[in-house]
Design a protein around this ligand. Structure first.
Ligand SMILES: C[S@@+](CC[C@H](N)C(=O)[O-])C[C@H]1O[C@@H](n2cnc3c(N)ncnc32)[C@H](O)[C@@H]1O
Length: 196
């Protein structure tokens, strides 16, 4: 038993330098939800920016499913440890003429480029709305937020309506809530898709 534990700890130290929360059902099902809704809309994209892209798992899912037609995905996160992990997870597309690339950047500063789609599933982590204000009007956006109390969350929306009120979206093509129920706690994630 103790040697099993030692092996487990060694493996963790070797392979889990990142936050394994990224692979929980609350994270993965939320990103699969983005994939499904984007695929249903039938949108195509020349350049998609993902803000607060963390380890690039949303990009990995979108690209792996091969349904959402996107030429290039750029993932931006202010945490410098994310870039190499996101590039490693998406190496298959990094190696294909940079179809995916991660960058270290505070998205509250203007982000270079002219994306036709901006995705932010990390809105609850952003300490200002500067990132939204700098998105060019007319750009399509996918935004997720939630009502989960958490030390790292700076935005708490108690309903989809309250979440929507944070953003001026002119043309909403999808809005919805997804409940996550666990034995001892639960939370709801919200999503809006539309045009700024
Ligand atoms: C915990 S993760 C993502 C959680 C989220 N539910 C998701 O979609 O995966 C939140 C990420 O947002 C990033 N972040 C927060 N503020 C940011 C900013 N101003 N610019 C870029 N990334 C930011 C953090 O560094 C972190 O990696």
């Amino acid at each position: 038993m103790s040697s099993n534990l030692t092996i487990t700890t060694k493996l963790k130290n070797k392979y889990c330098m990142f936050n394994t929360d990224a692979f929980t059902s609350g994270q993965i099902d939320s990103k699969l939800w983005v994939c499904r809704e984007l695929e249903q809309l039938g949108w195509t994209s020349e350049l998609t920016h993902i803000y607060g892209g963390w380890y690039g798992i949303l990009a990995f899912l979108l690209l792996s499913r091969e349904q959402f037609k996107v030429t290039k995905i750029e993932s931006y996160d202010m945490d410098p440890s994310c870039q190499s992990i996101a590039d490693m997870i998406n190496e298959n597309w990094v190696s294909k003429n940079w179809q995916f690339k991660a960058y270290t950047l505070d998205c509250n500063q203007p982000v270079a480029g002219a994306p036709d789609l901006v995705i932010n599933t990390s809105t609850e982590h952003f300490d200002s709305l500067a990132w939204f204000d700098t998105i060019a009007p007319g750009t399509r956006v996918v935004l997720q937020g939630n009502n989960m109390p958490h030390d790292d969350h700076v935005v708490y929306s108690k309903s989809l309506t309250e979440f929507k009120e944070l953003y001026n979206i002119t043309d909403v093509v999808y809005e919805g809530s997804l409940e996550f129920k666990y034995p001892t706690w639960s939370f709801t994630r919200y999503m809006i898709i539309g045009t700024k």
